[in-house]
Design a binder for this molecule. Structure first.
Ligand code: SF4
Length: 398
């Protein structure tokens, strides 16, 4: 059986950032102990329903701010995982960390627990931009966090950056990128700011208090990043992700999503794709804890916290495998692997769409025997326009 991945959601933050609509709550640190208890219970109950000990090769603590958990709380969660799953000795264990919440001793202790990948939410190298985003950290906290992470023994470090910020000029973005590269991360994730309804930033923009750069400027920032990181020997392996080319530090956990392989999510708002179903847990942390507290019986693939359950039939799985796989800018979708999985090639299944997308310059065939179907450089800028061709929307609505 192909190993699965485990995602653990920690929905607590010290303060809500101005652009954030993620599943997280601020000022509720008093609830963390109870939440960790519920999370361990969910893992134990879910695993108990399975007849076999499932193999796991990646674990990811995401949030929220997972680094609000104490070392003991991480230890409690990881011991349940180590005990209940068949864990690979090479397992990648990532923790997302807010640079404003760390200390050297804390990072050393996380490293001792077996956590071997750290993802720092740097976002920008400019303090005024960080303030506008409502981040609790300053740029110097990032420098300190990187230094401490290295001293603690983290050999795989990611920096998250956001571009297209309010009032951001190209020069400021270039400087952020240069500074990020000078910190020598193995991995970089770059995201265009998305204005989400209900956030402070959305409100300020609507009221004309701040201006977001226009689409062309944002596209220019992305193109600059592609060229610049190439000269710095970072390989773009996904639309928004780069790994140092010399040693190929791609994020194995996220590769699992893009290859459309199974993963299970625990915690409030966590998503999963396992045993042929997509699942989503209840997003409210209090409701999540209430459900786990009631100890209601569930049947695989659900847990008592499951809110949404959707069967993924063969047609949907093929569509999603195309859409997700095309995000992988080097690997793309392998025709051979697709055939081995579904008994037909992408050309047999999506011939018309592929012909059109190649014609308009969004997709290309590459590799030995043209086995790989992937986005062109232009396609990376217009990914969503390519992906929508693989979704049978009518069938999904009815
Ligand atoms: S730290 Fe992350 S999850 Fe928390 S409020 Fe800020 S953006 Fe949202």
């Amino acid at each position: 059986m192909y190993p699965i991945s485990v995602y653990l959601h920690i929905p607590f933050c010290l303060k809500r950032c101005h652009y954030c609509d993620f599943c997280s709550t601020s000022g509720r640190q008093d609830a963390i102990a109870q939440y960790v208890h519920a999370l361990c219970l969910e893992i134990e109950q879910w695993v108990a329903l399975s007849a076999v000990k499932l193999p796991v090769h990646t674990v990811y603590f995401g949030g929220g701010t997972p680094t609000l958990l104490s070392v003991k709380q991480f230890e409690a969660i990881l011991s349940v995982i180590f005990e209940r799953f068949d864990c690979s000795s090479e397992m990648e264990i990532t923790v997302e960390a807010n640079p404003g919440t760390l200390s050297l001793d804390y990072l050393r202790d996380l490293r001792k627990l077996g956590i071997n990948r750290i993802s720092l939410g740097m976002q920008s190298a400019h303090d005024p931009e960080l303030r506008l985003l409502g981040r609790i950290h300053r740029y110097e906290d990032v420098v300190q966090a990187v230094r401490w992470s290295r001293l603690a023994g983290f050999g795989h470090l990611n920096l998250d950056l956001i571009y297209g910020l309010p009032e951001q000029k190209m020069e400021a973005w270039k400087h952020t990128l240069e500074v990020a590269v000078s910190l020598s991360p193995e991995h970089l994730s770059l995201y265009a700011l998305s204005l989400e309804c209900g956030t402070s930033l959305y409100d300020w923009t609507m009221r004309g208090l701040v201006a977001i750069p226009d689409e062309d400027v944002v596209a220019g920032m992305y193109e600059f990043a592609m060229d610049y990181l190439d000269t710095k020997r970072y390989l773009q392996y996904e639309i928004s992700n780069w790994a140092r080319a010399t040693d190929g530090y791609m994020c194995q956990h996220n590769l699992q999503y893009w290859r459309n392989f199974p993963y299970v999510g625990f915690g409030a708002g966590a998503h999963g794709f396992v045993f042929g179903y997509r699942l989503e847990n209840v997003s409210d942390a209090d409701e999540y804890m209430r459900r786990m507290d009631k100890a209601v019986q569930a049947e695989l693939p659900c847990s008592p916290a499951t809110d949404v359950l959707q069967r993924v039939d063969r047609q949907m799985e093929m569509e999603e495998t195309m859409m997700l796989g095309l995000r992988l800018t080097q690997e793309g979708v392998s025709q051979r692997a697709f055939y081995e999985r579904f008994g037909q090639t992408p050309v047999m299944k999506f011939g018309k769409q592929l012909r059109y997308l190649v014609e308009v310059g969004l997709l290309e065939y590459a590799g030995k025997n043209n086995d790989c179907i992937r986005l062109t450089r232009r396609g990376r800028l217009l990914g969503n326009q390519a992906f929508m061709h693989f979704i049978d929307t009518e069938r999904r609505i009815t």
